[in-house]
Design a protein around this ligand. Structure first.
Ligand code: EPU
Length: 335
């Protein structure tokens, strides 16, 4: 069935894919949600926050809800911490900047991550040695089937590396309404990861504050990651794989410089390194490509289709599998 033109999802996904939804509805209140559910079943619904972790490969035969819940409030404070609640449609980076301006510590390493506050717990966003779970207190979620609001704490969410119940058995079942974060009034800075300390040293900043760290993180991200407003992308396309210690030791014999990080059940290898070793960094076929500064990021230079990007990701997975016997897993959601 042809879809009417005004249901394009192009403005709602950072890959810039011009696909059609059955319907696009902006949601800013629980009343809005309830009125959608009077007409549509939960199974017909998809929720879009910032659209920064989705690859749309075809027209979406679903009612797409655009999250426009807004607002923030301080819900509690003691001598050490402050608890701040953000509505789920608030832009993540603006929320981080607001906290930095207030002197509330804990989010500075998570500066400039695209997307909304409501999407942050779904994949437990992380960067530069910090994950959402480190500051997470709780969230409010609207259960689409029962239409009840549930409060979930960190334990309920089963956070893991780029993972939570919202990517597992709770997938598609809830509309997250707000998140509450516990931030520090006497922040301990985390400057150990990814060149943050050396950037501070280079600038002669001996006693950094949270704003200094935020600014360094913003500069590092801008130097490596393409701006989705200019080149379509969804950040890291794959997860960094965790491999068994035995495989790591045998790879070290053939690749003595293989980078690695300790992980819970083995050794974590940067997927970007594996992809670069296979010769993909800077690759371009038509308008689908691998970013020249970060091999983990697939890009749409202009008119690639979702299937073009998906096909490229398949080729990358196959070549990494053949070269290293490692299965890359996609981090972005494929729609
Ligand atoms: N590397 C390469 N080639 C590259 C890029 C990186 O070989 O083109 C190797 C280097 O050895 C480097 C290592 O990979 O030291 C790690 O690189 P980087 O610090 O850029 O981080 P990453 O592991 O590639 C992860 C997250 C990013 C996050 C950065 C910084 C995942 C899937 N990705 O990338 O998250 O910003 O760390 O903390 O865990 C995202 O999720 O969308 C995202 C951008």
């Amino acid at each position: 069935m042809p879809h009417p033109k005004n249901n394009s999802l192009r403005p709602y996904n950072t890959f810039g894919m011009d696909v059609q939804a059955r319907k696009v509805i902006r949601i800013a209140s629980i009343e809005d949600l309830k009125s959608v559910l009077q007409i549509h079943r939960p199974q017909e619904i998809r929720i879009i926050g910032g659209g920064s972790n989705i690859l749309m490969t075809k027209n979406i035969d679903a009612v797409c809800l655009i999250n426009q819940f807004s607002g923030k409030s301080i819900v509690r404070r003691d001598d050490e911490h402050v608890w701040v609640r953000f509505a789920s449609g608030e832009n993540w980076h603006e929320a981080v900047q607001w906290c930095v301006n207030q002197g509330f510590g804990g989010l500075e390493n998570l500066s400039l991550i695209p997307g909304t506050c409501g999407a942050a717990p779904i994949q437990n966003i992380g960067a530069y040695g910090v994950e959402l779970k480190d500051v997470f207190d709780s969230l409010e979620a609207f259960h689409l089937e029962s239409q009840q609001i549930e409060i979930m704490h960190a334990d309920d969410c089963h956070f893991a590396y780029r993972d939570s119940i919202f990517k597992q058995h709770a997938k598609g079942k809830y509309f997250i309404l707000s998140i509450t974060l516990r931030l520090s009034l006497h922040p301990n800075l985390n400057t150990s990861y990814g060149g943050i300390q050396s950037a501070l040293d280079n600038q002669g900043i001996l006693n950094p504050n949270i704003r200094d760290v935020a600014e360094v993180v913003i500069a590092i991200r801008k130097s490596k990651l393409p701006d989705p407003l200019i080149i379509g992308n969804a950040g890291s396309f794959f997860k960094n794989p965790v491999i068994p210690e035995s495989l790591f030791q045998s790879l070290q014999k053939t690749h003595p410089h293989i980078p690695s990080f300790p992980a819970k059940d083995g050794v974590k290898i940067p997927a970007a390194w594996l992809i670069e070793q296979c010769g993909w960094k800077g690759f371009r076929d038509g308008d689908a490509g691998v970013h020249p500064h970060q091999a983990l990021v697939l890009v749409n230079y202009h008119q690639a289709s979702g299937m073009d990007i998906f096909a490229l990701s398949e080729k990358i997975i196959t070549s990494v599998q053949q070269a290293f016997n490692i299965s890359l897993e996609r981090e972005v959601n494929i729609w």
